[in-house]
Design a protein around this ligand. Structure first.
Ligand SMILES: Cc1cc2nc3c(=O)[nH]c(=O)nc-3n(C[C@H](O)[C@H](O)[C@H](O)COP(=O)(O)O)c2cc1C
Length: 335
């Protein structure tokens, strides 16, 4: 039985952000195994979904053990968003998240994603419609405003979204125009938090367990969402959980653990996507996974040159037994 939305939000969840091209079923499973309480799918383009696009449908398919997971949808048209929300509901996610934060010009420029921030009135109407159309909780992920020229609408917007039945709000504390540049200003999440009683999730620049704790404490938010740092260092979920729940600072993952996670991620990616895509796509993860290892450069060079699963696993197994791995003589004896 999956936990209710309210129970989930009461756990001060550390959430895997929706990450197009990354937060697929495989990565969600990995992050969950490392302590992420809640995951969000990559955003699903509602037009593609309604045109039966295989990739869009696949993004919405949730395995029975892929819970709790929210499905995120995006689009510029309330009619198609409503239809897509109904389809999303049939996949039984924990909730449906409306993307009102994507700044990419080809998306925001046509009114989808952060494009909704140019007309907060319309955004609220659209959200109200989706809330009425489905029985699952509906949440919104957005930014603090469109650009520096506008006064930030987020505080008033938070209040109005709550009024129409939106059950939680994730705030990426940048403007749309900032993209991923500049620093996220968490004070906006705090200001929004103060005017609503629905959960607010703070997002942007949470790059360590300590930052997760600080973001929660400084803003009073119910949850914290992690994007880019999770891609490089999925252990951040376990680290944040240990700090939040027990005040414990976990040591960084050792060589064996780093190789174990890379191995597991690789095998699952190839099982899901096939060897031809899975082996090369994993190469983008190794710099983060093996950060700090003394033989990082050699290891990456070998992995980048290897086209097969078998060969890649052999390199990882070798690396596990390399002279850099601690030998029995180096490990402390508990005898
Ligand atoms: C590669 C990549 C893909 C992303 N895809 C999505 C997406 O599908 N939906 C969404 O709402 N945000 C998406 N984002 C934004 C993140 O969810 C998050 O809001 C942003 O990266 C800020 O958080 P961070 O500083 O923890 O990375 C994406 C960001 C990156 C870097």
């Amino acid at each position: 039985m999956s936990r209710s939305f309210d129970t989930l939000m009461a756990t001060r969840p550390v959430i895997l952000a929706p990450l197009e091209g990354y937060s697929d079923a495989v990565f969600r499973r990995l992050c969950r195994s490392l302590g992420a309480e809640l995951c969000v799918t990559e955003f699903v383009n509602v037009e593609n979904l309604l045109h039966d696009c295989r990739r869009a449908k696949r993004k919405m398919t949730l395995a029975p053990d892929d819970r709790p997971t929210a499905i995120q949808i995006y689009g510029a048209n309330p009619d198609t968003l409503e239809e897509a929300a109904r389809i999303a509901e049939a996949a039984s996610p924990s909730y449906i998240d409306l993307n009102c934060g994507c700044w990419v010009p080809k998306i925001a420029g046509r009114g989808a994603g952060a494009g909704w921030l140019r007309d907060p009135e319309k955004m609220v109407e659209m959200a109200a419609r989706i809330v009425r159309a489905v029985s699952l909780p509906v949440t919104v992920k957005t930014r603090i405003g469109w650009g520096p020229e506008s006064d930030m609408p987020i505080v008033d917007l938070a209040r109005r979204l709550e009024d129409v039945g939106v059950r939680a709000l994730t705030i990426h504390c940048r403007t749309a125009k900032m993209g991923h540049t500049g620093a996220a200003d968490w004070t906006w999440a705090q200001r929004a938090r103060e005017v609503v009683s629905i959960p607010v999730i703070v997002n942007g620049d949470v790059t360590s367990a300590e930052a997760a704790e600080r973001a929660l404490n400084e803003t009073g938010c119910e949850g914290v969402m992690i994007g880019r740092r999770a891609i490089q260092h999925p252990w951040i979920f376990a680290e944040a959980r240990a700090l939040l729940d027990r005040g414990v600072v976990l040591p960084p993952p050792d060589r064996k653990e780093r190789i174990r996670v890379a191995r597991e991620h690789l095998i699952a990616t190839v099982a899901e996507w096939g060897e031809r895509f899975g082996v090369p796509v994993m190469r983008r993860s190794y710099a983060g996974y093996f950060a700090g290892l003394p033989d990082l450069a050699e290891l990456r060079a070998a992995l980048n040159a290897c086209p097969t699963l078998e060969g890649t696993l052999a390199i990882l197994d070798d690396a596990d037994h390399s002279p850099y791995a601690p030998s029995f003589a180096q490990t402390p004896s508990f005898a």
